[in-house]
Write a protein that binds this ligand. Structure first.
Ligand code: ATP
Length: 318
């Protein structure tokens, strides 16, 4: 199947029972979730829980032990190399460090996938590269080497490169790592704007709680070898499930310890001290596109809570 055969609204990615180990070490088991077409989802989890491994498994760079990744009628995990190569063209991936070639200038870095995977003329390539550089605000930086620009600019260059083949699924591996809060805010706005403009499904791995609270439509949390929860943003932000609550509110009190989960003794000791968890913070409004038009998957604030009989924390959606 050619990637041009897919409808232009982004595609749904359905993960079923995915399990991955390296040798005898299990990374995660039985992960099932659906990334809704055209929506933004965020994946959270303590360090080393296998979020990057999950992204690599989604694009078929790693093979799972069990389970499926369904895109339309294809189970990507069962495809032969040649078909996998085709279906990978659906994906744009922004790797953690931007993964730019250090000896190539920004223009050539962004043009690279077009020169490798298409037969477009240099004139056509120039048009596409300029369009994507414009989208990420990098016009004028074409002749710079990656080493000559800031970390934030490198991320944006990596993003432009991830977009040149018109992907229907865009995966971001910690796009905000190493960025200061202001640049992170700009990048988050750019992600929301791009999601509105492009017909693509987004998955973002991040450690930034503010990003997780304001950018996505859906949130997932991997913890201790399993997907602890995945669902609409309001569901996780109003959840009192201990792991979800601890992680999304960046607290020390709860089941997650410095290295991994706390043992029963330390949890009992914590309970014995009588420390009370602070109330859940208010659920913020979602970040809007900068042109103030609706998000692609716009929902009325508080709708999920209302429909599910959940009282949102005081001060939510203001
Ligand atoms: N190719 C590989 N071979 C063996 N083990 C691997 C491989 N890739 C990753 N791992 C292991 O899998 C586990 C999960 O790693 P991964 O980088 O996916 O975690 P992460 O959740 O993305 O972490 P962080 O938040 O710190 O970036 C780690 O223990 C890592 O050492």
């Amino acid at each position: 199947m050619g990637y041009a055969d897919y409808p232009n609204m982004g595609v749904e990615v359905r993960v079923e029972g995915l399990t991955k180990s390296f040798g005898h070490v299990n990374v995660w088991s039985d992960v099932s979730l659906t990334l809704p077409a055209g929506e933004i989802s965020v994946l959270l989890g303590p360090s080393g829980t296998g979020k990057s491994v999950f992204l690599k498994t989604l694009v078929g760079l790693l093979r799972p032990d069990r389970g499926s990744v369904w895109i339309a009628q294809s189970d990507l995990t069962k495809l032969k190399e040649r078909d996998l190569y085709e279906i990978r063209k659906l994906f744009g991936v922004l790797f953690q460090d931007g993964a730019l070639f250090g000896s190539m200038n920004i223009y050539d870095n962004v043009a690279f996938p077009l020169r490798e995977h298409t037969r477009k003329s240099e004139t056509q390539i120039k048009g596409i590269v300029s369009e994507k550089l414009d989208m990420v605000g990098l016009i004028g930086a074409e002749s710079k080497l990656p080493g000559e620009i800031s970390g934030g600019m490198r991320k944006r260059a990596g993003l432009a490169r991830a977009l040149v083949l018109e992907p229907q699924i865009v995966l971001f591996d910690e796009p905000d790592s190493g960025l200061d809060p202001v640049r992170t805010a700009y990048l988050n706005q750019l992600i929301v704007d791009l999601n509105q403009q492009l017909d693509a499904t987004f998955l973002i791995v991040t450690h930034d709680i503010n990003t997780a609270r304001t950018v996505p439509d859906n949130i997932g949390l991997i913890y201790h070898g399993h997907l602890a929860m995945f669902g609409p943003r309001e569901m996780l932000l109003s959840s009192k499930e201990p792991v979800v609550r601890q992680f999304l509110n960046a607290q020390r009190i709860g089941p997650i310890g410095m290295t991994e989960e706390k043992d029963a003794d330390s949890l009992a000791a914590e309970a014995a001290t009588g420390v009370r968890l602070p109330p859940l913070p208010a659920i913020p409004l979602q970040l809007r596109p900068s042109d103030f038009r609706a998000r692609r998957a716009e929902r009325v604030p508080g709708q999920w809570c209302r429909e599910n009989g959940v009282t949102p924390p005081e001060g939510s959606f203001q």
